[in-house]
Design a protein around this ligand. Structure first.
Ligand code: ADP
Ligand code: DP6
Ligand code: CO
Length: 324
């Protein structure tokens, strides 16, 4: 009747950016990510026979509106699976800025799916849990697994073959990520709204989708061989192509701030000085920098010195969902 789960966020190296079905969240392309040890959500779901609706408390504050609705709609799916009509008290702590482009929706819905199904007495395989989690937030289906994971878009219209699979575990490769924080305020355009607008109106969208298969195949080879240059350069180019689609949307938008560009340029300079470092950016202004352990001190120092950077948080690769 009560369960707690912990899930980490993930950073997409090949981005999910576009839905072919908004209701059950089916993507227009496969995506691939690295789960991050440094950012996570812990969620407790407690069922109450006497409740007539769900309660959702995030970081100690009762949540209403759209954020509340996303949680209850997702709990409805779990209730349906369990065949139980019982409401829940959901308490969640984000050890990650909410809705700022740090993938709080990924750790948030992965933790909710795990805690919610356990509280309702449902036992799912990781694959089944990933498929369910996908319907809360697409990127969340990859956070079920540790290390590298790929979300296979699937072919079916019912979503039965759309879920993430593990690509390489945490132990495979100590690839690290520095999260360069410029802003932790909520973004104006959510990931959901941003990709919808892009799919509907950006003439660059088809080019983006068509570019994915090659990126995906090559980055998987790079991960297998622990080839930093290959993985980093593909991730960086993929990120730039995703962000290019937003400029073509109507109305046009970008997630970047001026300091976003400065960080990108600094990363390029690091490379020119012989330090293998590559950037990627999700739907927000903050930049994530991929680097290897031996360059940690240099990378951190250089990033912290950039005017406009408020913090740098270093992260290793993280484990999949766990129950507490
Ligand atoms: P982000 O970059 O943080 O993933 P999104 O726009 O994709 O930004 O999603 C943010 C939304 O995810 C929030 O507005 C909220 O609806 C949901 N969310 C974030 N954290 C949690 C959580 N711990 N539990 C449930 N939902 C969450
Ligand atoms: C840029 O998974 O947050 O971070 O499915 O609508 O909840 P919804 O969107 P979300 O989108 C993530 C977009 C991205 C790229 C990625 O994580 O793959
Ligand atoms: Co998100």
């Amino acid at each position: 009747m009560k369960a707690t789960a912990k899930a980490h966020t993930n950073i997409a190296l090949i981005k999910y950016w576009g839905k072919r079905n908004e209701e059950i969240i089916l993507p227009t392309n496969n995506s691939l990510s690295l789960t991050l040890d440094g950012f996570y959500t812990e969620t407790t779901v407690a069922l109450h026979e006497d409740y007539t609706e769900d309660h959702f408390i995030l970081d100690g504050q009762p949540v209403v509106g759209e954020q509340y609705k996303r949680v209850t709609t997702f709990l409805d799916l779990i209730r349906k699976l369990a065949g139980k009509n019982i409401y829940a008290d959901v308490r969640s702590i984000n050890n990650v800025p909410t809705a700022a482009g740090f993938a709080s929706s990924a750790s948030g819905f992965a933790a909710l799916a795990a805690a919610g199904t356990k509280a309702m007495g449902i036992h799912l395989s990781e694959q089944e849990l990933s498929r369910l989690t996908r319907q809360g937030s697409g990127s969340a289906c990859r956070s079920i697994y540790g290390g590298f994971a790929e979300w296979r878009m699937g072919k079916e219209n019912d979503g039965s073959d759309s879920y993430a699979v593990p690509i390489a575990p945490v132990e495979h490769w100590d690839l690290r990520v520095a999260a360069v924080i410029l802003s932790s305020t909520m973004k104006k355009v959510s990931s959901r709204e941003g990709m919808k607008r892009t799919v509907e109106s950006s003439p660059f969208f088809d080019g983006w989708v068509n570019s994915i298969p090659k990126d995906l195949e090559e980055i998987k080879e790079g991960i297998k061989a622990r080839n930093m240059e290959k993985v980093g350069s593909i991730a960086e180019a993929n990120c730039l192509r995703m962000h290019a689609t937003t400029l073509g949307a109507n109305p046009p938008f970008t997630y970047w701030h001026d300091t976003t560009l400065t960080v990108m340029q600094t990363v390029k300079q690091l490379r020119e000085q012989g330090v293998p470092a590559y950037f990627t950016i999700d739907a927000g202004p903050n930049v994530k920098v991929l680097y290897l352990p031996e360059n940690e001190k240099t990378v951190e120092k250089v990033l912290r010195e950039i005017p406009g950077v408020t913090d740098v948080r270093l992260s290793k690769s993280g484990q999949g969902v766990t129950y507490i």
